[in-house]
Design a protein around this ligand. Structure first.
Ligand SMILES: O=C(CO)[C@H](O)[C@H](O)COP(=O)(O)O
Length: 260
């Protein structure tokens, strides 16, 4: 079914579609999670069906796995793939140093493992996710269910020592019940405001008993593709520190797809 896209979804869609142009025959791919990643998986499915592109995909969530299979993309486990050529994933925030906040969809644990097992990571997002400093978006931290209140308390204490005293920490809910990740864990969202040293914070958070993984992605993203509502696509490259600007191809069909 095709419906009119909202301006924000249009921006996500053109970023996702442009990123799929980086995919070459034979690649082993990490497939991200979220609404922007869903546009990418749909476009990849088109290329697999229409061009006979041969790829294998390692999904970063059960939602992405279901969508990839629906699209006819061969899905394998990370163990089977061994190593990946490229991961394409969305983000909740990206800063000028290619640092990210991820986990708005609660999948950052698998996403970080998959990105870490890839030669390159391309992040796709709408322009609103491009920020000067990370932290307005609440930082997701996956914690094991056992003793989660203790972990929450330890997180509060750690934040106090890092200039985030009094930051609210909320357990993510899915309606009336706690949100449970694909790995069977809770997600705690840290309402920090601006993060001054994301690298140091990430290390501190992951040392706390009960913390499985936080949503800060440091030194993982190589290329950022940002879509804008007026059709502009900005491609930023970490290695060359260059930014390229393009216009989305107006002849390409843009359809609305289900969120994952
Ligand atoms: O990290 C993620 C899921 O864990 C998503 O990539 C992130 O939340 C962005 O989602 P969307 O593309 O729907 O804005």
């Amino acid at each position: 079914m095709s419906t009119e896209l909202s301006p924000a979804d249009f921006a996500k869609c053109i970023a996702a579609r442009r990123a799929v142009d980086f995919i070459e025959d034979g690649m082993r791919l990490g497939l991200g999670t979220g609404s922007t990643a869903a546009f990418m998986v749909r476009r990849l499915g088109e290329r697999v069906r229409e061009e006979g592109l041969k790829v294998t995909g390692v999904p970063t969530s059960s939602r992405t796995a279901a969508l990839a299979r629906e699209e006819g993309i061969p899905v394998v486990t990370l163990e089977e793939a061994g190593w990946l050529d490229l991961t394409i994933d969305g983000a909740d925030e990206v800063d000028g140093d290619f640092q990210l906040i991820k986990g708005g969809g609660g999948a950052h644990l698998q996403e970080k493992i998959v990105a870490s097992a890839s030669d390159r990571m391309i992040v796709i997002a709408d322009g609103a996710k491009d920020v000067a400093r990370l932290g307005v978006f609440p930082l997701p931290v996956e914690v094991i269910c056992f003793g989660w209140q203790t972990t929450q308390k330890l997180l509060s204490e750690a934040l106090e020592g890092r200039g985030h005293a009094g930051a609210a920490i909320t357990r993510r809910m899915a309606g009336e019940t706690p949100f449970i990740s694909d790995e069977g864990n809770f997600i705690l969202d840290l309402h920090l405001g601006q993060i001054h040293d994301a690298r140091a914070l990430s290390l501190v958070l992951n040392q706390i008993p009960g913390v499985v993984e936080n949503g800060l992605f440091i030194d993982l993203c190589d290329i950022v593709v940002l879509g804008h509502e007026d059709g502009l696509v900005r491609i930023r490259d970490r290695a060359s520190r260059t930014t390229r600007e393009e216009r989305a191809d107006p002849d390409r069909p843009i359809n609305a797809f289900a969120d994952i």
